[in-house]
Unconditional design. Sequence first.
Length: 293
Amino acid sequence: MTRGNGTTRGNGTSDSPAARLQALFEGHRLTPTQRRIAHSMVRRAGDVPFLSSVELAELAGVSQPSVTRFAVALGFDGYPALRKHLREVAPAEPAAGAAGESTYNEYQQAVLGEIENLRHLAELLADPEPVERAGRLLASSRPLPVLGLRAASSQARGFAYFAAKVHPDVRLLDEGGTMLTDRIDAAVRAGATVLLCFALPRHPREVVDALAYARDAGLTVVTVADSAFAPVAKHSDLLIPAAVGTGLAFDTACAPMLLGRVLLEAMCDGLPDAQARLEEFDAAAAARGLFVE
């Protein structure tokens, strides 16, 4: 895994097809449509060298001319030249069993897509340094604001719920509006040094603006996003990607949820009294009969 200006990139090892694709895209100013194409290519890194421009356009949900413009933006004469390059630098056979995927119904395909997203996340975590760094940052911030709006609000709320059991001051920011910047200011005044953000598509402009504001206020921004090319990337000091599933009418977010739990584990490692706090909670819960089991 290689990283530049604080953003985690790649899917595990530097010689994986996905990592080589990530490296190809780095350093280019891509439009939102082009980022969508790049994200789709990384997710299907093993298949992309064999796809036509029309097939790639269908995969990314864009027009065929957009794929051509994307190839030109990367410095190639057109998509054929890009595909030739991909076959040279990221050779890979199409995934085993891909031809038989059509035998699965749409619900099964959605589940299989999430399994693939989790597999990519496992490859990315082969280098634990970014997550360990994030854990140390989160553990050090008092208070710790956790931001997630719209589709990402459940991810932020889930993280904040568990984090509050071990971290002395977690502040959930899951509502937008004019009060959001006020709550960021309040966290900074109280001593916050880090903000954790969960950012999932479709990305609200309010989240992008909030991260820009948080960094201007002096906060270090750690972000869990669906892609290293997400709009929040340029306002993040450390971004760790976890892909969302797109096989159903509404996106599924198993990988971002699991990455949030991994960050919780890493944060606990940075809190010397985390285990004691958990034991205190368990004792109090038992005394109150909080749970039925």
